[in-house]
Write a protein that binds this ligand. Structure first.
Ligand SMILES: *Cc1c(COP(=O)(O)O)cnc(C)c1O
Ligand code: SF4
Length: 450
């Protein structure tokens, strides 16, 4: 699988140059066609590092990294797939008809989960600040326009709608200026999380433009700058031998030099992504400039729904000086019927994995759902009398008073998301619901979807 490269080349592959992926010749014509059909609906892009270094081509289509970046037949329901395939095969479908089918399917896939569209966008002087979300008191999310793509697209990504251009959350050149003014007016904000897409697709010059204004001495209350990125897995060269690598590290190091904490929230889905020696090298270089690496991933069927993999992943991360941080539940959007893992199973995977690692790796919290009220963690499955319950808590909440308060739901082995859980002990709703509805009256829309 790992053929040696002599030069560092960031080569990307899309539907347009699929033929250049030499190993794809191992697919049958039918598999190849299926890939092209599904890629009409979901974004597809991968790169040479993923293709050459991460995928085990002797094991496709089952290989987890292949599943992670190449659209799979099972991501569409049969009827959707067949409609689309007929239109493509018959050639009688005009491109306009094809686009219409594609759009219908996309809109049926809950493209905007958890009210992130309108609920979390803050205002300054009565006007929304594009490219900013502020859901939890202490942390503001910033989506730099140049960081709204990725080195490769993950098939399960909850931001998929953004990459195919139907997400109305337009990232029209968020002005650093307005964002900084907002931060100045909000002393409760201690953290800025720069996110995307993957902000580390930006070059050093763009990174500097985002970071420098945040180091303004007037923003003393801002203590932590976090960067959410999958680059350590998909393009570790970014920090090692990319022509811009030194400059990138220099731009990031300014955060630490300004006395703030630089947190790299690294996204890894599978232990194999931690194997290439260049990943350890990239991590080391970030640590040398003072960054602390924390890791996160959802539990995803076909990719990592196995406690042994999590155990191995957390162990290796700790060995590389990374701090396991979050295990997420795959969100209720996109091809989730293909990727979703029942909550009960996700909890089992978490528990199995965490009990087998040392305390240094037990820093990972989860499994956690990023839902409308906040991040809901499954803390356990309890048995009282003869009945089973999910014990839940909000580890982050829209209203900080809700944080850490335990609540309960009836056990359901098949439930995959919060909205499928019924409150336990005869309650008609969870404690936060009435306040969420009140929020709606006050002008926050979208909350009823939960
Ligand atoms: C996860 C998340 C954060 C960060 O939460 P922490 O628990 O502090 O890591 C901030 N904002 C949003 C919208 C999030 O989903
Ligand atoms: S790197 Fe992150 S934002 Fe990009 S496709 Fe993967 S999960 Fe989505």
């Amino acid at each position: 699988m790992a053929q040696k490269r002599t030069e560092v080349r960031f080569k990307q592959y899309t539907l347009n140059n699929l033929d250049e992926i030499f190993q794809l010749q191992e697919l049958t014509a039918e598999q190849r066609f299926e890939l092209e059909v599904v890629a009409q609906v979901f974004p597809f892009k991968t790169n040479q590092f993923v293709v050459d270094e991460l995928i085990d081509w002797s094991n496709i289509p089952a290989d987890p990294i292949y599943q992670l970046t190449f659209p799979q037949r099972g991501m569409l329901h049969d009827d959707e797939f067949n409609r689309l395939a007929d239109a493509m095969r018959g050639g009688n479908g005009t491109s306009k008809q094809l686009q219409q089918i594609v759009n219908e399917i996309r809109y049926s896939l809950n493209p905007h989960p958890a009210g992130q569209m309108d609920m979390n966008v803050p205002e300054l002087d009565g006007e929304k600040i594009e490219g900013v979300q502020h859901k939890y008191d202490e942390t503001a999310l910033f989506f730099p326009q140049a960081g709204q793509t990725c080195h490769a697209y993950c098939t399960f990504c909850f931001r998929w709608a953004q990459f195919v251009g139907i997400d109305e959350l337009r990232f029209s050149a968020p002005s650093m200026d307005r964002f900084v003014r907002y931060l100045k007016a909000h002393p409760e904000i201690t953290d800025v999380l720069i996110t995307g897409g993957d902000p580390m697709v930006m070059n050093s010059k763009m990174i500097r433009k985002v970071i420098e204004p945040l180091l303004d001495p007037a923003l003393e209350h801002l203590r932590n700058i976090r960067i959410g990125t999958k680059s350590l897995a998909y393009w570790p060269h970014k920090y090692v031998d990319d022509p811009d690598a030194e400059e990138v590290l220099d731009a990031l190091s300014r955060v630490v030099k300004a006395g703030k904490h630089l947190a790299v929230m690294a996204h890894f889905n599978h232990p194999r992504e931690l194997e290439p020696p260049i990943v350890a090298e990239a991590a080391k270089r970030l640590q040398v400039i003072g960054a602390v690496l924390r890791t996160q991933s959802p539990v995803i069927r076909h990719i990592n729904d196995d406690p042994g993999l999590w155990e191995e992943m957390w162990r290796r991360q700790v060995q590389l000086g990374m701090i396991p941080y979050y295990m997420f539940v795959e969100r209720d959007t996109g091809a989730r019927d293909y990727f979703a893992v029942p909550l009960a199973r996700a909890y089992e995977i978490y528990r199995e994995a965490i009990r087998n690692v040392s305390g240094l790796a037990r820093t990972a919290r989860g499994p956690s759902m990023s839902a409308t009220p906040g991040k809901v963690e499954i803390q356990g499955i309890a048995e009282v009398g003869n009945e089973k319950f999910f014990v839940l808590r909000l580890i982050q909440a829209r209203n900080s008073e809700w944080v850490q308060r335990p609540f309960f739901a009836r056990y359901d082995p098949d439930a995959t998301w919060l909205n499928q859980l019924s409150p336990a002990f005869g309650e008609s709703e969870q404690f936060f619901h009435s306040q969420l509805r009140k929020g709606e009256l006050e002008g926050i829309s979208g909350v009823t979807r939960m």
